[in-house]
Design a protein around this ligand. Sequence first.
Ligand SMILES: NC(=O)c1ccc[n+]([C@@H]2O[C@H](COP(=O)([O-])OP(=O)(O)OC[C@H]3O[C@@H](n4cnc5c(N)ncnc54)[C@H](O)[C@@H]3O)[C@@H](O)[C@H]2O)c1
Ligand SMILES: [Zn+2]
Length: 665
Amino acid sequence: MTESAVANDWASMTVAELEDAVKRHNRLYWVDNDPQISDPEFDRLVEALRTKKPDSPVLAAIGPVGAGVDLSEHLQGEQQVPHDPPMLSLDKCYDEETLLKWFEKFEGTAVASPKIDGVAVSLRYDADGRLFVAATRGTGRVGELITGNVMRIENVPRTIDTHDIEVRGEAYMPLSVFEERFKEEYSSPRNLTAGALKLKNPQETAGYGVRFFAYDVLGVAFDTEADKMTWLEELGFDTVDWREVDKPKLQHTFDEIDASRRARDYEMDGVVYRANSCEEQRRMGHTAHHPRYSIAYKFQGDSGESVLREVHWNVSRTGAINPVGIVDPVELSGAVVTRVSLHNLAIMEAVAGEEGLTLNSRVLMMRRGGVIPHMEKVLERGDELVEIPSECPGCGADTYRDNDVLCADHSADCRNARLRQLEHFASAMEIKGIGPKLLEQLHDAELVTDPSDFFTLSLEELTSLERVGEKLARKLLDRIKERRTVRVDVFLRALGIDELGRHVAELLAEEFGSLDEILNVDAEALVEIPTIGEIIAEKVTEGFEKHAAVIASLRDHLDIVFPEPAPDPAEIDSPVAGKSFLFTGALESMSRKDAQGRVRELGGDTPSSVTKTLDFLVMGDADIERFEGGWRSSKLKKAEKYNNDGSSIAIIGESAFLELLDSDE
Ligand SMILES: NC(=O)c1ccc[n+]([C@@H]2O[C@H](COP(=O)([O-])OP(=O)(O)OC[C@H]3O[C@@H](n4cnc5c(N)ncnc54)[C@H](O)[C@@H]3O)[C@@H](O)[C@H]2O)c1
Ligand SMILES: [Zn+2]
């Protein structure tokens, strides 16, 4: 029911109309940089045309080349990087039948990997194995030079143990980074990645935490795609999460990757399959639009219709007042959504169109990339114009517009701004069990009005609140007490200062020896730290000034410590200290990141790829069972290969890992 209302638009059109629409939207997207429909909707439009006229020449001309993008208008000659062979699009399919048909066209197995919703990047390494050119995909034939920016992507190797090759892959912003720092004001991790890669001051790219997954290499011949990926990993690249699949596993792999979406730290919009045999790849070749040996099987069911009932105005921790839509419940990618961030004024206006957003509008809701819900577009206008508040809902201060964002100079007792700040503090300090409801109670009873108040709470005060019994109160007090000793970077981030996210906090902790030094630093000195730009430096120093009183009272209650230099493994008798652990796949009891944190706390090491000296390769218990049943991921294969050559990498499940941790504590 939900999808048809949109798809029907296209289904009722003639071939000529469809061809015109495809050409128009392709141009709007690639040339004018002003897409007017969402990507999934564009894909449906293309499918509608493909169904009616599979050999339409317009189908072969989708993408930047077909749209006639000419980079020479924008770029100087030296900024243009030719791609040979061009960086093409992918052929698409939406059902198993089409996938099977594609599979019949070649001999051997396929290699499948998630289709990452990021930005394609080409990396070139010179005769000494040094990264010397990085470029965007651009028109597909000519890209834009972004070497300085790419140098700031942490997991892109600067030098490799071979020479004269080109590596292609996808740059993306981890969802954890997006959600922590950007989700309030930006709508898409992908667009932010593209922006971060083109920043004029490449140093600032580092602050965006962009990462890179390799999926292809030119300049070396391989027998199989699997060999290619393994080789890339040995060179030190993080590769897309690939696996070799045979015919019976084609659909199964798609379902499995689809089901794993929420456990992954990136958005994706389908599964890419490639013929495993490189000889077959050469035989099949490519069209002007896409290689024939590859196909993208795209996810569906991410969209649905709903009705916008209300717009709430939320004061963010930085003071911006952002719209949040309340919609009738709608199921998207398996989860029911009732609230959707409209991000900021500009994004809300873009969705609504010129006449403004109205309540009771019929809207298309979507999880682009499967994770973050968006209101994609208004399908039918409602009856009541959404008013932009002239006053802050928390303190009544006048609002004003600052570029894309609604702002106010909140008074010191703005309830909403405070609640948001306290919420951020509790979550950054990892004080578990303090949700928004309890916070409101604490705040409204004037028990906690600034962050330091958490540390003076008493049992009587807590139990005086509705629905807080003695048992819960004691538990909360214990948790708060546990967090009295806190690492300086965690403390700094918890202050909720604009631009002082995890990355900057860690830099400050590394760079300085005491909290006083950090708090008294001036903007000029901060800019000296690589990856901190002028804007960050100013916001951070301003923030320290503004929060001086809160910081002072927090210091009375907290024991703020600097990260200890890693303990000397020789001195600790422990199964974890001095050992290296690599986690792969999803764990049940904690995220991979938390698992790495635990290992490092205990003095262990967490390398990012399988090496000869790795001690433990850890995976979920379900994966261990699959492993025992014969299944092999690329990491497993590599570990086994090293073990055959004399390494002793223990391959263990999560339960065994937890036992190791326990025996250490
Ligand atoms: N909204 C609109 O009006 C409109 C108009 C035109 C195009 N579009 C959108 O533009 C998008 C881009 O189209 P396209 O032709 O550039 O890209 P595509 O969808 O054909 O995908 C090709 C890209 O996938 C990337 N990729 C990610 N993971 C990969 C993996 N594991 N293996 C191999 N490649 C991987 C590659 O970088 C490659 O550049 C499409 O999603 C389309 O919907 C939208
Ligand atoms: Zn306010």
